[in-house]
Ligand binder design. Structure first.
Ligand code: MN3
Length: 248
């Protein structure tokens, strides 16, 4: 703050209004990376009962041909919305309502199945929408270096991630995760569990995820989950994934 005041004095802003404008501008720059990584990061420190249903960051048809518009529409407006509504209903009037989402996931083993399944379903889909984009992007230099260090190469990482997604038995998710030791790893989880939950074996900060529930791909790909997973790379939003990595 001292430095900011010094700068304001140097550029000689007379009125309070001008000073506030400059302060607002500097503050906006400082929090920009948080918003750029989407509401999912911010919502982790929000009280569970104050969770909001986020807007889809693009149109239903934006990810075609990889993901068709009808699948997106049903997935977002029916499945995701149902998880959200059921999550709020499950925590309403319980101590879980007042926990921050991150703390709730960290002790999800103490919660009933309805909170675990719907809380995970609510949060995981938000991460999923955000880590896809119609615009082609690449991992940042820092993320690329970390992937090369921990997996050997970006291609080897993609292979490991895709295998986890293809081999997850039944419904679930595959993840790229940043562990507490600062190393990246790939994992998969069943149902709506995620790496923030105390019930999963390999815990950490989720950076990238793919939904491999049949509702995520069946209209277009039917039984061919592998084709859906292979095409997923066309729509990965590496900007978001890189920001998640760099903000942690
Ligand atoms: Mn889903």
């Amino acid at each position: 703050m001292y430095l900011v005041k010094k700068i304001i004095n140097i550029i000689n802003l007379k009125t309070m209004k001008q000073k506030n404008l400059v302060l607002t501008f500097i503050f906006s720059l400082a929090i920009l990376p948080l918003f750029a990584s989407g509401p999912s990061v911010e919502l982790l420190s929000t009280k569970a009962i104050d969770s909001v249903f986020p807007e889809l960051p693009y149109a239903y048809n934006a990810l075609e041909p990889t993901i068709d518009a009808k699948t997106m529409e049903i997935h977002y407006s029916k499945h995701h919305k149902a998880y959200y509504n059921n999550f709020l209903a499950a925590i309403k009037g319980t101590p879980a309502a007042d926990l921050e989402l991150k703390s709730l996931f960290a002790e999800i083993s103490k919660q009933p199945a309805a909170v675990r399944n719907n809380g995970g379903g609510y949060y995981n889909h938000m991460l999923f929408w955000e880590n896809m984009s119609p615009t082609k992007t690449d991992p940042s230099a820092a993320l690329k270096a970390a992937i090369e260090k921990d997996f050997g190469s970006v291609d080897k990482f993609k292979e490991e991630f895709a295998n986890a997604a293809k081999k997850q038995f039944g419904s679930g998710w595959a993840w790229l995760v940043l562990g507490k030791d600062g190393k990246l790893f790939v994992s998969s989880t069943g149902n709506q569990d995620n790496p923030l939950m105390d019930v999963v074996e390999k815990k950490g900060t989720p950076l990238l995820c793919i939904d491999v529930w049949e509702h995520a791909y069946y209209l277009k790909y039917q039984n061919l989950r592998a084709d859906y997973v292979d095409n997923f790379w066309n729509v990965v939003n590496w900007d978001t994934v890189s920001k998640r990595f760099e903000n942690k």
